[in-house]
Design a protein around this ligand. Sequence first.
Ligand code: RIB
Length: 299
Amino acid sequence: MESDVVVVGSANVDLVLPVQRIPRPGETVLAGVMTRGPGGKGANQAAASARAGARTTMVVSLGADEGGALLRDTLAGAGVDLSLVSTSDAPTGTAIITVDASGENSIVVAPGANGELTLSPEAAHVIGGATIVLAQLEIPMATVQEAAATSSYFILNAAPAAELPAALLADVDLLVVNESEAEAIAGPDRNALLKLVPAAVVTLGGAGAVILTRGNDEITVPGVRVEVVDTTAAGDTFCGVLAATLAAGSAIEPITPGDLTNAVRRANVAASLSVQTAGAIASVPHGDAIDARYAEVYL
Ligand code: RIB
């Protein structure tokens, strides 16, 4: 199978607890009605890429349980190719998410089956033939490294923050991080990211994103301001749509700062749509909604 985008990553069942405010250490707070839905950074990104129009394959490890079935059904419904799903003896990953009254969240993940993800020879072959490969850090670092080494264009969303081996950074073409992840990797000056990778996008929440490329001026792409209901999966929507949009335009190589700017604009628009709906994959917009809003904002 040929793919525009291969997502190598996690899938979780999200248990979402609406709270007035996120508890401090040692504090107990009461939540509203708990909901359960499909999520996980990898699955959210794969759904976003597929809904944005890219032929998307996901390399993922699921448990042989009800959560695994929920994720399979949801990802298949989003149009993600699941021929490279592996089934683990471990339970499907679970995330406990508190969402406060302003839509901000706090997340704890039990990786479960995600911790068992390795690359089969078939997966390595598909990764090697993909236009763009996108990974995050809720799966084993060795698997991320192997995917990076096998890819022709590798995007790393370094979330959740973790120490990044030099050998992995050497294979990253584009790093996508939020401000705190950027600081964890490079310190207070985000331009220092370019000592590690050739290009980076630093997301700024509702304020948009900054594009950094070696040898060029920094480009700021302002965000699209909207009423926020729930920020869960906004960053994932951004990454999936960014990858899908870059893949669609990649006939003319290499990817330029102009290509990145167009893709970041579309990713910003998609993220602004996602924060207006509660949930993870439930909040990921479809390509027609993204393009309609893009036309209102930019055309
Ligand atoms: O980025 C949001 C995601 O983080 C949630 O869906 C949760 O599963 C965790 O992976």
